[in-house]
Design a protein around this ligand. Structure first.
Ligand code: MN
Length: 211
């Protein structure tokens, strides 16, 4: 029997599938986590194996930040599966059944500074997420060049890391994230999502950057 080193694995959710029920149904979460996210985990491991990088010493965010270090032929797969792996990891971590509804402290100050107030930030973020045509993600990122938070969108599974932005919060705008409960009603999905954000986690990420 050969010894195969474990590579990326499906992360455990920090809550049970039913715990977000009022806003995100258990069936959607379970399929999303066990089927879709697992596909990205497997695809990432396979993509790395294909280029002999299965023991790549760098974590996927570092690889996504330096795509030139990956052979051109494999870049598309790494962006798709690596982004899919990491985007979902963050998405799960930034959800919580017990939430404070709003950030506080330095992140709240930063939102006020760049967006006026939290409600305006929410409106702008919602508008951007709903502007995505097809599959994609909407993000709150930290821009290290300008030392400020920003809202941005990416298509498919592309990652902000690849354009030197650090993800703090994200919403999955692929149809598989909401279709069972919300069908084509994307606005209701986004509206519900605001109720289950783990602001503690997002604020910790923001502070870890030295803010
Ligand atoms: Mn997804």
């Amino acid at each position: 029997m050969s010894c195969i080193m474990t590579q990326y694995v499906l992360p455990k959710l920090p809550y049970d599938y039913h715990e977000l029920e009022q806003f995100m149904d258990a069936e959607t979460l379970q399929i999303h986590h066990q089927k879709f996210h697992q596909t990205y985990v497997d695809g990432l491991n396979k993509s790395l194996r294909n280029i002999g990088g299965e023991f790549h010493p760098k974590y996927i965010t570092s690889i996504l930040s330096d795509l030139n270090s990956i052979p051109t032929s494999a870049r598309g797969d790494i962006v798709f599966f690596g982004g899919g792996y990491e985007n979902h990891r963050l998405y799960w971590e930034t959800l919580s059944p017990t939430t404070h509804k709003k950030p506080t402290g330095k992140l709240a100050d930063s939102i006020d500074l760049y967006f006026g107030n939290f409600e305006t930030f929410q409106e702008k973020f919602t508008k951007q997420s709903l502007s995505i045509e097809g599959s994609g993600w909407c993000w709150m990122v930290f821009n290290p060049t300008f030392q400020r938070i920003e809202i941005m969108i990416t298509v498919n599974n592309e990652s902000p890391w690849s354009i030197n932005k650090i993800p703090l919060l994200c919403i999955d705008m692929w149809e598989h994230a909401y279709y069972l409960k919300y069908q084509n009603n994307k606005p209701d999905y986004v509206k519900a999502w605001w109720n289950v954000i783990n602001w503690e986690y997002v604020m910790d990420r923001f502070c870890e950057l030295g803010n």
